[in-house]
Design a binder for this molecule. Structure first.
Ligand SMILES: Cc1ncc(COP(=O)(O)O)c(C=O)c1O
Length: 350
């Protein structure tokens, strides 16, 4: 497939002169730095934070590249995945003219971010077992369909999309295809980062918020062609990842074995929780999960949700969401938390 990224790009972004700082011109570590109006005496905190951080996070990207099997130049880091979503709209979608294809039920920020950016949304529902409808997706698209968001494993349904469907869309959709893999670490599916060199229209999103347990640090990853990463870097706020986040993740990333252990623990708890929920007579359905949560169908889910809150157990009520009638989305907790949920469910549903 011939693919021309520049023809998708909004013309004013193609012409944009990005912000530059003196440290784009001088990249050395040694020197007297009187260029950025920082406080020369240090910080009010014990640890010093007085210097601006590396705007392109190069040391951290070197390490991420090693564990993800990509080149550092194929990585964009954002203040959560949500930043990459917003930047994609701003780079490619002309407000009031272009459109995005969304596949409900799915992660809510694709829609919110489209609305913030005044971008038309075209929705193509998943099938009742939450699979993609590739032909309908292509039929919904036109020359102004700039982005297609595919979430796999999907939130809130927890299942993965069929690989051949995603490949078909990568081959046939004329705009960018974003594959959001926020939950990939809980799945046996290989990442689509393996396909980056084959598909210049592919952008894969992952995050440190889930398996790595670093949601509070706000670090999302986007993997794509060097050309596409350059565009995101050009329009992002200059210092979008704090120095503290860069340092903390750099130290944490060396302990990949610990993450793998946590993933195994979460998967074991997911099986425990699923097994125990299956024993409850009022549970109608537990959807197959490739994520760290279960989508569970229970009669009167709205009432159950409210009753669980009374018991100080907070789950996500998805009962009003398309194809999710009477469904609650339950994050896999520790054994203690899962036992507490099960006890409360037995109480409120008896
Ligand atoms: C599918 C999906 N993508 C992205 C995110 C957001 O990730 P981040 O914390 O990196 O912004 C979430 C959060 O729940 C999610 O479910």
């Amino acid at each position: 497939m011939s693919f021309d990224l520049n023809s998708l790009l909004r013309p004013h972004i193609a012409k944009l002169q990005p912000y530059t700082s003196a440290r784009d011109e001088y990249t050395g570590k040694e020197g007297v730095f009187l260029d950025a109006n920082e406080n020369p005496f240090g910080s009010i905190t014990e640890q010093d934070f007085n210097r601006y951080p590396d705007p392109y996070q190069s040391v951290l990207k070197e390490e991420i590249a090693k564990i993800k099997g990509v080149r550092p130049s194929q990585i964009f880091l954002g203040n959560g995945s949500d930043e990459a979503i917003d930047l994609l709209y701003r780079a490619f979608c002309n407000p009031g003219k272009d459109n995005v294809i969304l596949l409900p039920p799915t992660y809510g920020m694709y829609e919110v971010s489209a609305n913030i950016n005044d971008v038309e949304i075209r929705k193509v529902a998943l099938t009742p077992d939450f699979q993609l409808q590739p032909d309908q997706i292509l039929a919904a698209a036109d020359a102004n369909s700039k982005i297609l968001f595919i979430c796999s494993p999907n939130n809130p349904s927890a299942n993965k999309a069929k690989r051949e469907d995603i490949l078909f869309l990568l081959e046939n959709f004329k705009g960018l295809v974003v594959v959001d893999e926020a939950y990939i670490d809980f799945s046996d599916e290989p990442s689509f980062t393996n396909e980056l060199d084959r598909f210049p229209n592919l952008l894969v999103m992952q995050t440190f918020s889930k398996a790595w347990g670093l949601a509070s640090l706000r670090l999302g990853m986007a993997f794509a062609s060097e050309e596409l990463i350059r565009i995101l870097n050009k329009i992002k706020p200059p210092y979008n990842i704090s120095g503290l986040t860069q340092e903390t993740v750099l130290a944490a990333i060396k302990d990949k074995a610990k993450v793998d252990r946590m993933i195994q623990d979460i998967l074991a708890e997911r099986e425990f929780l699923k097994g125990e929920l299956e024993k409850l007579p009022f549970v109608q359905k537990i959807h197959p999960s490739h994520a760290n949560f279960l989508l569970v169908q229970i009669p009167n889910a709205n009432q159950v949700y409210n009753d669980l809150i009374e018991e100080k157990i907070i789950v996500r009520n998805r009962a009003k969401v398309l194809l999710c009638a009477d469904c609650l989305r339950i994050t896999v907790g520790t054994r203690e938390e899962n036992e507490a949920l099960l006890k409360a469910l037995r109480k409120v549903c008896s």
